[in-house]
Ligand binder design. Structure first.
Ligand SMILES: Cc1ncc(C[n+]2csc(CCOP(=O)(O)OP(=O)(O)O)c2C)c(N)n1
Ligand code: SF4
Length: 289
């Protein structure tokens, strides 16, 4: 009989190095519980990590894992899905990683609708490098890289994702791990690109977007009478709502054909499980030199 997993079975022997109180802890437990409740085991899951405090999670959760280059976690994950469609592929990276260095990859992966789940640790800063302004920082934010206040307006991940054709657009909060777990489960089971942008308070460098800041403002879309997550106009309306009140939950979900389903050569067995046709791998690689 196969073993019933518990969240702690997804822990490695390394203790997380995150600062006490960091929002990354709530995200880790929500993800581990989501994997347990979906009946997944470490060998069924491959998580790609970006570079950053979020990316350090590569050491703390036991699944197959890949520590990417900064901004390159998404294309690596899309490639892995093509190679082994039997794996559940998840990406966990910071807002700097995804919406800064990796923005081009982000938009084009959404268009293609590869079947991967993208979890963004949105702390509105570049935190590993000690708190510089990031693409989601609000205009006027003062950091060591913007001592007179940030000139640019912040990117809006929900509206961007909707406009680029993302088939599952959602926002979670690290301070509501139960709700986040449910969003993670829905995102992982969604056949196509699913975005979960998570408000992840950085208690060390972000003294504005604190847990209290979010508790005072957040409301759940699932509690909103008449909200229909298949209606893109409603989703856009909520995506543009940001201020004293901020929505979270699943903004939009619509199933459409995935990137891999459009590739006839991927029909049948996963590529990684097919016998190698190349006899002399050295010679094969040399042909590309
Ligand atoms: C291409 C590239 N640019 C910059 C860096 C330096 N760098 C490493 S971590 C980091 C900040 C990460 O911020 P974010 O992605 O938001 O993750 P967080 O630390 O906030 O979780 C930066 C700028 C790098 N490693 N590679
Ligand atoms: S610096 Fe911020 S994001 Fe990084 S571990 Fe500490 S609290 Fe978390």
């Amino acid at each position: 009989m196969s073993k019933v997993m518990k969240a702690k079975d997804f822990n490695t022997s390394y203790k997380p190095s995150w600062c006490p109180g960091c929002g990354n802890f709530g995200m880790q437990i929500a993800m581990q519980n989501a994997l347990v409740e979906l009946g997944l085991k470490p060998e069924n899951v491959l998580i790609f990590y970006g570079i950053g405090c979020s990316g350090n999670g590569v050491n703390f959760t036991k699944t197959y894992a890949w520590h990417s280059l900064h901004g390159r976690a998404v294309p690596s994950a899309v490639g892995a899905k093509l190679a082994n469609k039997d794996l559940k592929i998840i990406i966990m990276a910071g807002d700097g990683d995804g919406y800064g260095e990796g923005m081009g990859h982000f938009i084009h992966a959404l268009r293609g609708n590869a079947d991967v789940t993208y979890v963004v640790h949105d702390n509105k800063l570049y935190s590993l490098t000690t708190g510089q302004a990031a693409p989601t920082s609000d205009k006027g934010t003062k950091t060591k890289s913007t001592p007179d206040g940030l000139i640019e307006v912040s990117v809006n991940p929900m509206a961007l994702a909707l406009s680029a054709g993302c088939s599952f657009v959602s926002r979670g909060f690290a301070g509501d791990a139960n709700n986040l777990k449910e969003i993670f489960k829905a995102a992982i089971m969604h056949p196509g690109f699913s975005l979960v942008d998570v408000f992840q308070p950085c208690v060390t460098f972000n003294k504005i977007n604190t847990f209290k800041y979010y508790f005072d403002r957040l409301y759940k879309l699932s509690d909103k009478p008449g909200y229909n997550k298949t209606d893109i106009n409603m989703a856009f309306n909520e995506a543009l709502t940001f201020g004293n009140k901020i929505p979270y939950g699943i903004f939009y979900q619509k199933v459409r054909d995935t990137y891999d389903s459009n590739l006839p050569q991927l029909k049948g067995q996963a590529l990684a499980k097919r016998p190698m046709k190349v006899k002399d791998i050295k010679k094969f690689v040399q042909a590309f030199a």
